[in-house]
Design a binder for this molecule. Structure first.
Ligand code: MSP
Length: 520
């Protein structure tokens, strides 16, 4: 089973374009793997505990549970709108998750992996973590990234992270594919060197934080939000849990892929989570791969509430359509790298690559077939060098697309697909079906040209389906081939459209986005 997860989003606010990117990326990968014939389980969800939630709820004068229920809806509504089709949904307030977290805590405590000690030092409320001198900047201060920093003295429970760091270092050094893309691995190894010898504080006293999962062996404490949140990846697929959940062993059969942003690789996923799994007893062959994506920035700056530059994905989907947004989010960024969110580019990429190129191909193939051959597709006469070239282009583009998609490089996959679309449009211009139609003698040749274009549309509809499932479905309907959407990649052979097949009336699937000039 290919088990894919995303980070669970904090529910102390509203979803922004960064959240939307991660979910769409995961959805595209999950759909692609299904298309490749794999069994897929895609888990996503929300992170509902922690101090930030408690503080915001207090400000609004409501219970944290009421507050997170309200914000959780904003996330799930957005995923529905964007066609993000997960199989499992994690909400960390869920009693079944709580039971799993508590059972893991009890087990680690019984095995001496958790101990209690006193601590006096600095604490960042924004990051919900203790700070050390290593977190100070060159001037010796705690920088603005930590938000409000207070000095506290308290007893807490600690997980013996330091007992697992040698294993982790060794494991990462010998595993070329745990951190994807590979260029992030050195960042993690450096962080690990800095972290050696430190244990992880996994509790918060209830006087300071009530909104969390109670420590099962000491009711004065709740669990640190990250320790709780990370466990979602196993609790919601049935690890040590309720029979109403899926069967863990059927889903975590191999190495899952966790999709996360670059800010939460160190230390949360790359150190804490991998060490936690090792401590719980996961074998090396079951340790997840971390697919670490970059950030969407705005004109080179981080998106943030304080800068007031947050982009709301729901508004964009309403204004430009779900297809345009999904396409842009995976087209204009290289997985792993950062990118600048730019509305002009969203419109430009949709208009050039979808409306002009792919839209034009569909229009030509389907419209001209309706007008010139009564909508009947028949492979005509002998193949010319141009026809063979087109078929070769399709084979090569499909291979390049598959290679890129398998490596989670969606933008490259789309480029490969677009190369074939461009090839088809150039072929149409050279073959001029509209001229061929003027002379009855060319009937056979005309049929062959139109068949090559229509066959290309059928292949493109399948290949595009992980990225734009709705549009692909519309193309399949216009081709009158509803079964197209059930095909797998290995079924993609030349001849998807049977000879003599009648297509349906075409209708533009990618209408250009027209921006009206602003009135002064
Ligand atoms: N709740 C934690 C994750 C716990 S996972 C066990 C969290 N939540 S978050 O809401 O702050 O972020 C959720 C995901 O969105 C993270 O993977 C984060 O990297 C990603 N992004 C947040 N802002 C982003 C951008 N501007 N661009 C791309 N992704 C970004 O962290």
């Amino acid at each position: 089973m290919f088990f894919l997860t995303t980070a669970i989003d904090y529910t102390n606010g509203s979803p922004h374009i960064g959240h939307a990117y991660e979910k769409v990326l995961a959805d595209v990968i999950a759909r692609y793997r299904r298309l490749a014939g794999e069994d897929v389980y895609f888990l996503s969800g929300v992170d509902q505990h922690g101090q930030k939630v408690q503080q915001t709820a207090e400000k609004e004068g409501i219970h944290p549970a009421t507050y997170v229920k309200k914000t959780t809806k904003k996330f799930s509504k957005l995923w529905e709108k964007l066609g993000v089709n997960y199989d499992g949904w994690a909400e960390t307030m869920d009693e079944r998750h709580k039971a799993c977290v508590q059972s893991i805590l009890t087990d680690l405590h019984d095995r001496g992996q958790i101990y209690k000690k006193g601590y006096k030092g600095f604490y960042s409320i924004r990051q919900e973590q203790f700070l050390t001198d290593r977190d100070r900047d060159e001037a010796g201060n705690f920088g603005p990234e930590w938000g409000e920093v207070t000095e506290i003295e308290e007893e807490n429970y600690y997980f013996k992270l330091s007992e697992h760091t040698d294993w982790l270092k060794d494991f990462l050094e010998n595993s070329p594919d745990t951190i994807l893309p590979a260029f992030r691995k050195s960042e993690l190894l450096n962080a690990l060197d800095r972290n050696t010898g430190t244990d992880l504080c996994i509790s918060r006293p209830k006087e300071r934080l009530r909104w969390g999962i109670e420590i099962p062996f000491d009711t004065d404490f709740v669990t640190y939000v990250w320790f709780d949140a990370l466990i979602n990846y196993i609790s919601f697929i049935g690890y040590k849990a309720d029979p109403s959940l899926p069967v863990f062993d059927e889903i975590w059969t191999d190495r899952p892929v966790h999709i996360i942003g670059k800010d939460i690789m160190v230390p949360a996923h790359g150190i804490y989570w991998l060490a936690m799994l090792h401590a719980i007893g996961f074998e090396d062959g079951k340790i997840p791969q971390l697919l670490v994506h970059g950030w969407w920035n705005i004109r080179g700056e981080k998106m943030s509430k304080s800068l007031g530059n947050i982009v709301d994905p729901m508004e964009l989907a309403d204004a430009f359509g779900v297809d345009a947004l999904r396409y842009y989010l995976v087209r204009d960024i290289h997985t792993g790298k950062d990118s600048d969110f730019d509305l002009d580019r969203l419109v430009m990429l949709f208009n050039t690559e979808l409306a002009n190129e792919l839209g034009n191909l569909c229009n030509r193939a389907l419209n001209m077939s309706q007008r010139f051959t009564e909508g009947i597709i028949t492979p005509g006469g002998p193949l010319t060098a141009d026809d063979k070239e087109l078929q070769k282009s399709l084979t090569e583009s499909t291979a390049a697309y598959r290679k890129a998609m398998q490596n989670h490089e969606i933008s490259k996959g789309l480029e490969a697909l677009n190369n074939h679309v461009v090839h088809c449009n150039q072929y149409a211009e050279r073959m001029k079906p509209w001229e061929l139609n003027k002379n009855l003698e060319n009937k056979e040749r005309l049929a062959t040209v139109l068949q090559h274009l229509a066959e290309s549309v059928a292949h493109c509809a399948v290949l595009l389906s992980p990225i734009l499932p709705e549009a692909s479905g519309k193309l399949a309907a216009q081709l009158n081939l509803p079964g197209l959407m059930d095909l797998k990649l290995d079924d993609l052979k030349w001849g998807l459209i049977p000879s003599g097949h009648q297509i349906n009336k075409p209708k533009p699937v990618f209408p250009r986005i027209e921006i009206k000039p602003k009135e002064d």
